[in-house]
Design a protein around this ligand. Structure first.
Ligand SMILES: Cc1ncc(COP(=O)(O)O)c(C=O)c1O
Length: 390
């Protein structure tokens, strides 16, 4: 576990490093990539050893007998989140964007709507719209510098055509860990408006010290007939390329409907992802995540202190995720000028807040999961790029 090691990812078909120039005009040779949510770290050794064992064996046939894989999910959820999952509730998909898309196809018809609390992970709106459904954007309220769901405002935005709500729990961006009370209030909102809740919990293990993740199924035992919960090892262990995720559905009727979609679309994830996940959900994996979060907490503190020292710039206090969410509205600058300074002057590739939907315009999202020297360098470059504000 050496999170300080610089691993050159250029030329490895890494989206983060090999697409930064085409997307953001920042060369990987002199720039720092801080956009898409994967980490510049190797996964725990137990994961790499599992892949190595597959390579050594050398036969790559179909995957079968998922008992150990499902038991590892139950072990992980029990030991990390105090919640037991029935193996029969678990479907495996090609990641959670795929999981979300399958939910949209299962429980909405073309032209029907999906509620999103924005700003939120941009792929949600993208796949909903691509499927010919509509998005009802409900902006999160900023209360004492952190996001809260505003159900009164959200209710006023509904058209009556919505069938689903998709949330990110913890929330990306902004890193909120929704509390049990907040999830229960959301449950009441879903019941009142006859909506199915899809809770995407891909960030649930990336918790900063003192934070707790509440699984939706644990918070809402009286709402299982309209609840879908999704988890994945890919963010936690930096194995996004394995591209698998779990869609967990307690209710038999919902499960039958989702199962029909999975069957109809021929969804059948690869043995690589399933074996990597089984290896990761282990005591060694747990120890690695604990060390990772201590390291990321250090990165977060350095980054926040550095950027908050720039007048008019404010990084939100993260409870979870390694994705700093930074508001530049206090600088009084146009967003184009903020982007120009970040990309052209500081040579940082970051996600633009506007892509996350209503409320995201004045924000930029910075991925902090990289060796600390890069965070220190990024802070220096930002301070220099905005030096005229001092
Ligand atoms: C909330 C959320 N869901 C899903 C994903 C991506 O999921 P996958 O790679 O499993 O498709 C991300 C990636 O950042 C995310 O933030």
């Amino acid at each position: 576990m050496n999170f300080d090691e610089i691993i050159d990812r250029r030329g490895t078909h890494s989206a983060k490093w090999d697409m930064m120039e085409s997307l953001y005009g920042v060369s990987p040779d002199e720039g720092i990539s801080m956009w898409v949510a994967d980490m510049d770290f190797r996964p725990p050794a137990c994961v790499t050893a599992e892949l190595q064992a597959m390579v050594d064996h050398g036969v790559f046939g179909y995957f079968g007998d998922d008992a150990a894989y499902k038991a590892s999910i139950d072990w992980w959820m029990r030991t990390r989140h105090g919640w037991t999952v029935d193996p029969d509730w678990i479907f495996t998909t090609h990641g959670l964007v795929n999981g979300t898309a399958l939910c949209v196809h299962t429980w909405t018809q073309p032209g029907e709507g999906v509620v999103l609390f924005t700003p939120v992970y941009h792929a949600f709106a993208r796949i909903i719209k691509a499927a010919g459904r509509t998005v009802t954007e409900c902006p999160l309220a900023l209360v004492d510098g952190r996001y809260e769901m505003d159900f009164e405002d959200a209710a006023s935005r509904l058209t009556g055509n919505e069938k689903l709500v998709v949330i990110s729990s913890p929330h990306n961006p902004g890193g909120r860990c929704w509390t049990e009370a907040e999830l229960r209030a959301l449950g009441e909102f879903c019941k009142a408006h006859d909506l199915i809740l899809v809770s995407d919990e891909i960030h649930c293990d990336l918790l900063f010290p003192g934070q707790t993740h509440v699984p939706a199924i644990k918070a809402l035992p009286d709402m299982l007939d309209r609840l879908v919960m999704m988890t994945a090892p890919t963010k936690t262990f930096n194995i996004a390329g394995a591209h698998n995720g779990n869609v967990i559905i307690p209710d038999a009727t919902l499960r039958a409907a989702f199962g029909a979609t999975v069957l109809g679309l021929g969804i059948s994830p690869s043995s690589f992802g399933l074996n990597m996940e089984t290896a990761a959900y282990s005591p060694e994996g747990a120890e690695w995540v604990d060390a990772l979060m201590v390291y990321l907490d250090g990165n977060r503190r350095i980054f926040d202190a550095g950027v908050n020292a720039i007048p008019g710039v404010r990084s939100m206090d993260l409870e979870s995720t390694y994705l700093a969410w930074v508001d530049f509205s206090g600088t009084g600058m146009e967003t184009d000028e903020v982007i120009r300074r970040i990309q052209q002057d500081a040579k940082l590739a970051v996600n633009h807040g506007a892509t996350f939907g209503l409320g995201g315009d004045s924000y930029m999202r910075f991925n902090l999961a990289t060796p600390r020297v890069r965070i220190e360098e990024a802070v220096k470059r930002l301070q220099k790029a905005f030096a005229d504000l001092q």
